[in-house]
Design a protein around this ligand. Structure first.
Ligand code: AMP
Length: 618
């Protein structure tokens, strides 16, 4: 992920030369990490008391009876542990234009739209202006850490594929957009001072172009033109980086034509993008020949190191559901290190990976204690993991007491992350399950285990079990006129081809399956897609990062075989439940071996930018 060392470079002008500035900044950043992790508990205490004293007049805190107290004990006693649904009425008031201090004493500057959804729509996370500084601070720590393991990264550029997405306006006039769109459009990113660590091949204009085709085309073109200078490549998530490589597979001959001629294709119509690219693009037939020769070879194995020969690593998140892309990345890069630098969300940026060259399976993130006040809900009771959307969000008094502070988590234990932020979230359940993997001084380091409830994910979509179930139920109704019904189902996120797609395995009860036309099953596929959340539909329609949903009809008795298999692996017959999502290869093989027919969604579902009820800005 790109970084913006704004805060730590503020006083850098007194150091001699760029090299001196870098060394000084790196040292400052590492010292900062050392200090805040050593004094983690004191820092957390200070953060909580700062948040509570600043927002003492916030209606939410008063409503819950905090009465201006800023100590942990009172806070934990009176403030409930909540989920998004609990906050929705307050969020709606803010969205509708109530500017009184409802959640936070500082004005809400915008909403960040989270990819975790609420009733099919993106969640709206309030944020305040100063959170941008906190995000910048976290970014500014990444390269000093990286530099300890891969020196010399200041001698070249980073080729990062970064994109913005569409925005909406709430009825009250606040902008609602994804956190990265907000960040890339902010002056923290756009007007960053020159820094060798934030020297990217993509000009800002190409990143800030809303048209995803033009943005991708221009960023690839610039990356190819500067291929020898590139020392690291990446995107935020693995899926985005693979999408760029796939785009290259489709469009390399056009790109080569532009490199040969020094002119950008007329399909790129955005004037600011054209102008920015033309500053970099010069006629270079030698480079065009080279790229053409590499891309027209039968195999694309190692294409990254072939086209960008000085690349030292790929900077993408491959933890969590993104781990499904590791084999593809290994193939394209001939096994370059995959580096996961940070862990963040719309609610708050959380932490960084202090050992970035470790294996993806060993990645752990050190939560930075200044970012927010962190608490942890132990999940050994399984409440966090198995609960559905309808699970009561608030915890009883005993469960509230069980929440553990940052420095008190236990090695090897799983927890659900709960945050209190400067922007007005108090004891908010993020929905991520983390496992303590170690400590940096007194600050714990966590493996990302999973997102609670999420069963399917291809890109930034996160589909939970309840949502999947409702979508399948809607679709299966279409079998009823044929005297057929759905007996069992499960699902699988198939990423063997790019873009990946959702696969549903259906076992149906029917007298004569041949009497059901293929179009009925295709309609079922489409109905499932229409019933899924807006992030999924955006992936299908706008980002094209998700392929058409597939239903595979399996032979009768397949789900009994699935149960037999689970029992043979030690599952208890009393507790056996059909898994609503499968990942284990032998199970997928078993299901695939019993497929009778398969159908794809024939068209894209409906999707419009912005929240359902608001007009979109773009
Ligand atoms: P959003 O709010 O849409 O930005 O999504 C944030 C969520 O993305 C987090 O709560 C995690 O579930 C997931 N996420 C973010 N960073 C990572 C990471 N490094 N590894 C795994 N999952 C991540």
């Amino acid at each position: 992920m790109p970084e913006a060392p704004k805060i730590l470079t503020e006083h850098a002008d007194c150091i001699d030369g760029v090299g001196g500035i870098i060394v000084e900044n790196n040292n400052k950043a590492l010292k900062f990490i050392e200090d805040v992790t050593r004094d983690a508990d004191e820092v957390q205490n200070r953060v909580l008391s700062e948040i509570l004293s600043r927002s003492a007049n916030a209606e939410y805190l008063q409503r819950n009876g905090l009465n201006g107290c800023t100590d942990r004990e009172t806070f934990k006693k009176v403030i409930p542990v909540i989920s998004y649904e609990d906050l929705k009425p307050d969020i709606e008031r803010i969205a509708n234009g109530d500017t009184s201090p409802i959640l936070c004493s500082q004005p809400i500057s915008e909403f960040l739209t989270s990819s975790g959804t609420s009733a099919g729509e993106r969640k709206l996370m309030p944020t305040i202006e100063e959170e941008l500084d906190r995000r910048s601070l976290l970014y500014s720590l990444l390269m000093p850490v990286m530099n300890q393991f891969v020196p010399g990264l200041d001698k070249g550029k980073g080729m990062y594929f970064l994109f913005i997405k569409s925005e909406a306006k709430t009825p009250g006039g606040l902008v609602a957009r994804p956190v990265l769109t907000s960040y890339y459009k902010s002056s923290h990113f756009k007007d960053r001072p020159y820094d060798p660590y934030t020297n990217y091949t993509s000009p800002n204009e190409t990143i800030l172009c809303l048209n995803s085709y033009q943005s991708m085309y221009a960023q690839l073109l610039c990356g190819l033109c500067q291929n020898k200078e590139v020392l690291r490549v990446g995107a935020v998530f693995a899926s985005g980086f693979i999408r760029a490589i796939q785009f290259l597979e489709k469009h390399w001959s056009l790109l080569c034509r532009d490199i040969r001629s020094g002119n950008i294709h007329s399909k790129i119509t955005d004037a600011s993008v054209r102008e920015a690219v033309l500053k970099i693009l010069k006629p270079n037939s030698k480079l065009a020949d080279f790229i053409e020769a590499e891309c027209s070879k039968g195999s694309w194995k190692g294409i990254i190191t072939r086209l960008w020969p000085n690349t030292k690593y790929i900077d993408v998140i491959v933890t969590g559901t993104m781990s499904q892309y590791i084999p593809t990345l290994d193939y394209y890069s001939n096994g370059l290190p995959l580096v996961c630098t940070m862990y963040a969300s719309s609610e708050c940026y959380f932490g960084i990976n202090l050992n970035p060259l470790c294996k993806p399976s060993e990645v752990s993130y050190t939560l930075i204690p200044t970012m927010a006040y962190f608490e942890f809900l132990p999940v050994n009771g399984q409440k966090g993991l198995t609960g559905s959307n309808s699970e009561p969000a608030s915890l009883n008094d005993k469960e509230k007491q069980e929440l553990v502070d940052l420095v008190s988590v236990k090695l090897g234990q799983d927890y659900e992350l709960v945050v209190t932020t400067y922007a007005g979230l108090y004891r908010y359940r993020v929905g991520d399950i983390l496992r303590v993997a170690g400590f940096k001084n007194n600050a714990p380091q966590f493996n990302f285990i999973c997102r609670k409830n999420v069963v399917l994910s291809i890109d930034s979509d996160k589909t939970d079990e309840v949502e999947l179930h409702n979508a399948v139920k809607n679709a299966a109704n279409q079998l009823l006129p044929f005297d057929a019904s759905l007996i069992e189902y499960t699902s699988y996120a198939d990423t063997s081809a790019i873009p990946g797609h959702y696969v549903l395995y259906w076992e149906i009860s029917v007298n004569d399956a041949t009497l059901i036309p293929a179009s009925v099953f295709e309609d079922c596929c489409f109905t499932v897609e229409e019933s899924l959340n807006s992030v999924y539909r955006q992936g299908r329609v706008w980002d094209k990062s998700i392929g058409p949903l597939e239903i595979k009809i399996v032979e009768n008795g397949t789900f009994d075989k699935l149960m037999d298999f689970a029992l043979s692996q030690g599952a208890s017959i009393n507790q056996y439940k059909t898994p609503r999502c499968v990942k284990y290869v032998p199970i997928i093989e078993l299901l695939n071996s019993r497929v009778i027919s398969s159908y794809f969604s024939p068209k894209c579902p409906r999707w419009t930018p912005g929240h359902k009820q608001w007009c979109s800005q773009n």
